[in-house]
Design a protein around this ligand. Structure first.
Ligand code: GTP
Ligand code: MG
Length: 199
């Protein structure tokens, strides 16, 4: 997909204040610091569209970006970051839950998982919750430039084994590096195909 336009629309704490346009929307979610904002920038070829930071807890709002005047990317706060207060963690969780269940143009979640570590309970719980809530999702392994092939494959197999305990079929799993641009064609190809199916 050629990116002709990528613009920041707005940031919100409330789903009812998000843009009302009924165009397809893809949301990026995952633990804090997993690389959601970086991946968005890599995919749309804009270095500073979504704000990134080496310190976890950077994205604190629901951020909407409109791509090619045709669809939205949504950058969400990370879940489960231990260093923000319990109250703040709960408010992020509630914000995400309301967004996920009330955003009617939401097509699919991209659940980002750090390729460098074995499956974390928090990620598995979130995926379980998406399933229970009938919310479509795909999985994205991030930061694959930071792990060797053997380590990545091992974590991938562990993740698949965990998923197969509750799912009959595995979801789509993309492998990405925001630093090297790996996985861009695959992820954007998926979005393009999905958009076409929706017309
Ligand atoms: P929050 O908004 O805090 O939830 O984090 P986030 O998931 O949006 O992560 P962000 O994109 O801000 O990236 C966190 C850190 O990881 C930054 O220092 C990025 O430069 C780094 N990072 C993100 N993606 C990659 C990647 O693919 N490879 C490498 N090596 N570093 C990455
Ligand atoms: Mg972020």
């Amino acid at each position: 997909m050629k990116i002709t336009k990528a613009e920041f629309i707005c940031s919100n704490t409330r789903v009812d204040l998000c843009p009302q346009e009924a165009i397809p929307e893809y949301a990026f979610i995952g633990r804090s610091n997993v690389g959601k904002s970086s991946l968005i920038n890599m995919l749309v070829e804009r270095k500073k569209l979504a704000k990134t930071s080496s310190t976890p807890g950077k994205t604190r709002l629901i951020n909407h970006f409109k791509i090619n005047d045709q669809w939205f990317l949504c950058d969400l706060p990370g879940y489960g970051y231990a260093k923000v207060s319990k109250k703040e963690r709960e408010s992020f969780a509630l914000m995400i839950e309301k967004y996920a269940t009330q955003r009617s143009n939401l097509v699919c979640f991209f659940v980002l998982i750090d390729a460098r570590i074995p499956p974390q309970q928090l990620d598995l719980d979130f995926i379980e919750w998406l399933g229970d809530s009938n919310l479509p999702f795909v999985i994205v392994f991030t930061k694959i430039d930071k792990i060797n092939q053997t380590g990545k494959s091992k974590n991938l197999e562990l993740l698949k084994a965990e998923l197969l305990q509750s799912w009959e079929e595995l979801p789509m799993i993309f492998e990405t590096s925001a630093v090297k641009g790996t996985g861009k064609e695959q992820v954007m190809g998926f979005i393009e195909e999905t958009n076409l199916k929706l017309v």
